[in-house]
Design a protein around this ligand. Structure first.
Ligand code: SF4
Ligand SMILES: [Zn+2]
Length: 370
């Protein structure tokens, strides 16, 4: 990995810029970050060492471009074409360009851009829902071959599933804000975007906790040096098909505590068995119903990314379906929210047994009630 900063300095544009690290770092050395200047590294992709070899080599692989500015900044309009020329020359490298100014992209591309260049990935920042809903439709409409979304600093809940469902996004990266004035990042926001990625089969990276991290309503102040390490340790990144979520540590809830919580939910406690369903259970017997439950759990819930997740459990047609909705065992999102079983992993046999036990508990209670 290498960094190429052809120019330095930027202008604050949206809420994500409030505590911009370029400004913070420049302020600490008495520099004005709003003055945009070409750097000595402007021609880095062309630079060679004494042996006549390129300074940036294939081993560097990814070149993160314009990390102390924005590649599509107006101030750089006169310089950008030369950068495109250098990028065109270096097709042995892969350039990542991160921008908050995707609305300037169409005006800024080189004449031979066509459908996009294979060795360029464009990453856009979406710090909140408002900016996601503005930038993502533009992003998806443009000729780009490789697209990523970065939500860092993540400033609120984000629902981007309809954009992810287009299949045009290759990766989503989320993280909190660092620095003394950092705004909080809630782990629930991270989990929610992660579930959206899993449902769409898109890799997800939980990059850093940020300095103020909220988990289960508690606020944690995390030292700079631990922010990335903690995120990595959590196991919450998701790469389809790797079983990475098996690293997540959690405890299955205690069943009486679970039923107390379910009882407090208007939605969950609305579900009941009808007389017809009770008669069906009496006719089949509990052992048969249990085997049906095992079957549904195995076939509809247990895969790493079950088909149609969130919609795989009908609202009627079998007493087990009702039990699933009543106990929040209906989909992987509900299993994560209510039972702490992480989405994005294959359910282990003991997890499947736990779910079936919960379903049968509920069914038994319903049959006993008059
Ligand atoms: S666009 Fe990026 S570099 Fe520019 S001010 Fe905002 S956060 Fe800083
Ligand atoms: Zn559900």
């Amino acid at each position: 990995m290498a960094i190429w900063n052809p120019w330095h300095g930027c202008h604050k544009l949206s809420p994500g810029c409030l505590n911009c690290y370029v400004y913070r770092r420049d302020e600490s050395i008495g520099k004005d970050a709003s003055i945009v200047t070409k750097t000595g590294d402007f021609t880095l992709p062309r630079k060679k060492n004494r042996q006549g070899q390129f300074k940036l080599t294939v081993e560097d692989g990814e070149v993160f471009t314009c990390m102390t500015s924005d590649f599509f900044l107006e101030d750089a309009d006169a310089w950008r074409q030369e950068c495109w020329d250098m990028i065109r020359e270096r097709q042995d490298l892969h350039f990542h360009i991160i921008t908050k100014r995707i609305d300037r992209f169409a005006k800024c591309i080189p004449p031979d851009w066509g459908e996009g260049w294979e060795h360029v990935t464009i990453c856009i920042t979406c710090e909140n829902q408002d900016r996601a809903d503005y930038r993502l439709p533009i992003f998806l409409s443009l000729p780009i071959l490789h697209r990523k979304i970065i939500s860092e600093p993540m400033l609120g809940e984000l629902n981007i599933e309809k954009y992810l469902a287009t299949g045009l996004i290759e990766q989503v990266i989320c993280g909190g804000e660092s620095g003394d004035k950092a705004r909080p990042c809630d782990f629930r926001w991270i989990q929610e975007v992660r579930r959206q990625c899993i449902r769409c089969g898109i890799p997800f990276v939980f990059k850093q906790t940020g300095a103020v991290f909220v988990k289960d309503g508690k606020v944690y102040h995390i030292e700079r040096k631990l922010q990335m390490a903690q995120a990595k340790k959590s196991g919450y990144s998701y790469v389809p098909g790797t079983g990475s979520a098996d690293a997540i540590r959690y405890h299955l809830p205690e069943r009486s505590e679970l039923f107390t919580r379910l009882g407090q939910s208007d939605f969950r406690s609305r579900f009941h068995l009808s007389e017809k369903e009770k008669a069906y259970i009496a006719e089949k017997g509990m052992e048969t119903i249990r085997s049906h439950a095992q079957d549904f759990v195995a076939k509809r819930l247990s895969a790493e990314n079950p088909a149609n997740d969130g919609k795989q459990t009908p609202m009627k047609g079998h007493p087990v379906f009702l039990a699933q909705h009543a106990t929040a065992c209906c989909c992987r999102g509900c299993l994560e929210k209510w039972h702490r079983i992480p989405a994005g992993k294959v359910l282990r046999p003991e997890e499947q047994i736990y779910i079936v036990d919960v379903l049968m508990d509920w069914i038994r209670k319903e049959c006993d009630a008059n």
